[in-house]
Design a binder for this molecule. Sequence first.
Ligand SMILES: [Zn+2]
Length: 74
Amino acid sequence: MFPSRFMPCPECGGSVERAEQESHACDPERRLDFRMFLLREEILSFERQFHEFADTRDGRFETWVASRTVRGRP
Ligand SMILES: [Zn+2]
């Protein structure tokens, strides 16, 4: 593989020319989008784990307690 002229910026995910790596400044909006993109996977796997847990006996109990707690609010 040929080394690319461009490198993905680890902060914002943008492609940055190697020569400009030193002077590159991340676009804050782009950096935020990139963070959200990386977090998405974590959020999805958390949700999967949560649903798996909610399906277990303990999970059903927790869900029941939580729903009672919510309904019991004045
Ligand atoms: Zn950047």
